[in-house]
Design a protein around this ligand. Structure first.
Ligand SMILES: C=C(O[C@@H]1C=C(C(=O)O)C=C[C@H]1O)C(=O)O
Length: 474
């Protein structure tokens, strides 16, 4: 975390829709009490429109989003922000959130997951922080974890739609409601124009050699699985407005969670953890087959059957499921771990998928339930994005991947007042540059096991880059 034991609320400059409501700055000597928040949630009129109705509301270019199949939450403005650093990034964010909640005055007329106070978050993959040289001006200043408490949240769950306003006590803000929503000033969403893609830290042509090294280490008995990733750099003609990506991703990648938090944008099919009223769920993915453009449904089913029988993919999947089950176990009184995966169909790829569920242990719950953020921290990094054994895989990633993952493959999502929330793994994603709005990095990685073929893995990584590429180029 930054210099203070209690993180400083830090406003983001330049968001016309997100003028911070609170003063900024703190020092260790003059540690601020978290500012009391006034939080009000009210039911509002149903939104017209389906899959993109929520993201279409976002008024400015610093959107917050967690949306799937038209439901979820979006937010804007920044009432508070907590930036954290290094290995303590999750715990420090959790402490800051709890301290904020202790002083919040909440009126919630809806009482559903995502109503009342909410913070959106994004966290770096690696405890070790970031390699500055890959970011130019960005790297030195980018935190490893951010929790953003928006000024406005709009959510939808089935036929219930709500609006929450969150402001510092004493500041002037309108009460939530349909009229308040209509009064928001909306800036138009512009296309990024022409997009040029270039190699990232490791050139595509050189990446198979990295995979080959991973396979060699597995054959040498150092580890069983390692997930290796690469990045691609995009330069756009016009500044990138994340809302452009969100609209297109939410529409096409309906089975995914379309997210945007502090410059991390994407549509992930992988749910690290959802915690809701004592029930936890994790959607584990590992094992992939490409779905080529124009493939017929019959061919897709044949491919799906091939994937479900592939011993290489089943092995990869098994490692991922076991790592999640093991991490959740200490928190749960009972768990359900499916015996066999199902095939998740996405427009670009198909994955082996398992939904692991558990009931949070009552004893743990009464002694201060672990929040969804605590659970996400315990589950991260799963074997789906790191490998097995975890520490050996992480060290190998540091040694051979040659790239700073930054927040790619880290937890992204939201937490609410009662600790419930949803955290995905930031896959099929891009990180927007703070310093240059024409620049972003796209990421993709692949689980490598003994039977992996480097060139097939390169092709798989291309398929995983497709969602953000397609969203940018629309
Ligand atoms: C690492 C990524 O995806 C992960 C790796 C997968 C695989 O290797 O089969 C499948 C889904 C994800 O768990 C990515 O999309 O970047």
């Amino acid at each position: 975390m930054s210099a203070t034991p209690l993180p400083a609320p830090r406003p983001t400059p330049g968001d016309p829709a997100g003028t911070p409501d609170v003063p900024t700055g703190s020092t260790r000597a003059n540690r601020p009490e978290p500012l009391p928040l006034v939080v009000r949630t009210t039911r509002i009129d149903d939104l017209a429109g389906g899959l993109t109705a929520l993201v279409d509301l976002l008024p400015g270019a610093h959107p917050l989003s967690w949306v799937r199949r038209g439901d979820g939450i979006v937010g804007w403005g920044e009432t508070l922000r907590f930036d954290t650093f290094g290995p303590g990034r999750f715990a420090d964010a959790e402490d800051a959130w709890q301290a904020t909640l202790r002083r919040a005055v909440v009126r919630d007329d809806v009482r559903l997951p995502g109503t009342g106070p909410v913070a959106f978050g994004t966290f770096a993959f690696d405890d070790a922080g970031q390699l500055d040289d890959q970011y130019g001006d960005d790297g030195a200043s980018r935190p490893d974890g951010s929790l953003v408490v928006p000024r406005v949240v709009v959510g939808r769950r089935g036929d219930v739609t709500w609006m929450t306003t969150i402001c510092a006590a004493g500041s002037l803000d309108s009460a939530p409601g349909t009229d308040a929503l209509r009064r928001e000033t909306v800036t138009p969403v512009a296309s990024p124009g022409r997009v040029d893609f270039a190699d990232g830290a490791v050139a595509a042509a050189d990446w198979p050699a990295v995979v080959r090294e991973g396979v060699a280490r597995i054959h040498a008995g150092e580890l069983e699985k390692v997930v290796l990733a690469r990045d691609v750099v995009a330069r756009t003609e016009h500044p990138v407005d994340p809302r452009w990506l969100l609209r297109r991703l939410a529409d096409r990648y309906q089975a995914c969670w379309t997210f945007s938090v502090a410059g991390m944008v994407g549509a992930t099919p992988e749910l690290l953890v959802r915690s809701e009223k004592g029930l936890v769920t994790s959607r584990v993915l590992a094992g992939t087959i490409r779905r080529e453009q124009g493939m017929s449904d019959d061919d897709a089913l044949l491919h799906a059957a091939q994937l479900a029988r592939s011993s290489k993919d089943l092995e990869e999947h098994e490692y991922a499921v076991r790592s999640v089950a093991r991490a959740l176990e200490p928190f749960c009184s009972s768990m359900n771990v499916p015996d066999a995966p199902f095939v998740l169909h996405l427009p670009n790829v198909m994955h082996l998928a398992s939904d692991v569920t558990g009931v949070l242990d009552r004893a743990t719950r009464t002694a201060g339930a672990p929040s969804s953020l605590t659970l996400a921290a315990a589950l991260h990094p799963s074997a789906a994005v790191c490998g097995t054994p975890t520490v050996v895989a992480r060290d190998l990633i540091r040694e051979i991947e040659g790239m700073d993952r930054s927040r790619y493959a880290g937890p992204v999502g939201w937490v609410g007042a009662d600790g419930d929330g949803e955290w995905g793994i930031a896959l099929r994603s891009a990180e927007l540059s703070d310093a240059d709005p024409h620049h972003l990095r796209l990421f993709a990685g692949c689980g490598i096991v003994a039977a992996s073929d480097p060139h097939s893995e390169l092709a798989e990584s291309e398929a995983k880059l497709e969602p953000v590429r397609w969203a940018l180029e629309g």
